[in-house]
Design a protein around this ligand. Structure first.
Ligand code: B12
Length: 211
């Protein structure tokens, strides 16, 4: 459904800040029945990864990147009617980025996939201090916690969060994921019982279907 032509047109509009054109593309895809994961992976993730490359190569400015990020974050909410229409299954997850982790779009997508599968996805967003995360887990008592990591150098903050969760809530399952693991860190999951590294939204959905 997201063919090359559509993707290239969308990317152009995103980089030029043509918000209404991006909006129309996404509403058109949703009206045509695109799946949430396909929309996320093939349009939003692909275009934001491209934004990152262009930014790294100094072909676009920080302002262009911020604009593309802000447009994408707004468009994510267009899936609300779809994800909240799923039948609820009385399960809760807390999803968060580690302390000092400001990349929040991937974590938001994880929360949305949980909602799509009937879970309540409590998404805390970027840069959540460990104490605040623990307090919220204590209050909500979720069935699992999912943590998102984009910058590998932040892995110390992630392991501190896992240590703290496992110390206060030893039987609580923790999922970890995010693009940081493209560069390393996969051994973290093996150091703990009940911590699993999930490489994609597809794998996440497979796992949710088994719980
Ligand atoms: C937007 C952006 C920012 C924004 C983020 C704002 C926001 N509201 O989120 C801001 C401006 C804050 C930012 C800052 C920085 N950024 Co930045 N950023 C990006 C950019 C362009 C897009 C991020 C994004 O939304 N991607 C799209 C999402 C959908 O992809 P995703 O996060 O990978 O998520 C997917 C999967 O990983 C998965 N997933 C994610 N989390 C989880 C969790 C679980 C449990 C599961 C199952 C799955 C899962 O689900 C998603 C869907 O498949 C990326 C480029 C890129 N490659 O992504 C650079 C990028 C991540 N940033 C980078 C860098 C270097 C930085 C800075 C250090 C720059 C600086 N010098 O200040 C800072 C660090 C700030 C910090 N401490 O966090 C580098 C990282 C390189 C590296 N090797 O670590 C990248 C790759 C850019 C680049 N090419 O150089 N950034």
């Amino acid at each position: 459904m997201v063919d090359e032509n559509l993707y290239q047109g969308y990317l152009k509009a995103l980089l030029a800040g043509r918000r209404s054109e991006c909006h129309d593309t996404v509403t058109g895809l949703l009206a045509a029945g695109i799946g949430v994961k396909e929309l996320y992976d093939r349009l939003f993730q692909r275009s934001m990864y491209r934004v990152g490359e262009l930014w790294e190569e100094n072909q676009i400015t920080v302002a262009n990147e911020h604009l593309a990020t802000s447009i994408t974050e707004g468009l994510l909410n267009l899936v609300y009617p779809t994800i909240f229409a799923s039948e609820r299954i009385d399960k809760k997850a807390v999803i968060s980025c580690s302390a000092n982790e400001f990349h929040q779009i991937g974590g938001k997508m994880v929360a949305d996939i949980m909602e799509l599968n009937g879970w309540d996805g409590h998404f805390l967003g970027a840069n959540t201090p460990i104490e605040a995360l623990l307090e919220y887990v204590q209050e909500i008592r979720p069935d699992l916690v999912a943590l998102s990591l984009s910058i590998l150098s932040n892995i110390g903050n992630l392991t501190q969060s896992i240590d703290a969760i496992k110390s206060d809530f030893p039987s609580l399952d923790v999922l970890i994921g995010g693009q940081a693991f493209r560069w390393g860190g996969a051994d973290v999951a093996r150091q703990y019982a009940g911590v699993e590294l999930i490489p994609s939204l597809d794998e996440l959905e497979n796992l949710l279907k088994k719980i």
